[in-house]
Design a protein. Sequence first.
Length: 187
Amino acid sequence: MAFRTGAAERDDWSYSPAVGVGPLRFGMTVDEVVEAADTVGQTKVSACARDHAVLSPTWKVEVHRDGVTPSQPAVTAYVSQAAGLFCIAADAVHGPQVAHDGLPLVGRDLSELESDTIAYAEAMNVHFRYTPEGYAGPDDPGVVMRGQLVGLVLRSRPLFMVTRDGANTEWDSMPSEEYHVNGQATA
């Protein structure tokens, strides 16, 4: 089943906490990520700036969908030398749709996602959480909600994560590149 946001069709990817998203599994090497992403499209691998000496060198694998020429990758995967794949970011416009227990997370207007998250939590008698930036999302330490400016609307760009080497939490593990998307601060 494909999810539609505007005119863009999206693939549906499954999320399994602490395991992975779609064909990507936490702990994979760069080569394994590139091979798994081959089913989606073309990849570009680059080194990330090493902002903290405690964290091992990290690579960014950008995955562009086949047949689509977006300026942004559909998925960006971050792989550390010590921990392997630890972060998967789904682009708000071109990324696959990923749901958390049936709640679609990718490319949503953040205010609508907040309303849906609250309604879901009340109906299911579960918790939800806000990020320090004020974005609502599931109460799952492996999902960090970020915002991506699309036109004049702030849309959801979830990061699916596990704690990487040298970090205490997923928040500590967040790649510095994810604080800025499309050259703009996401907070």
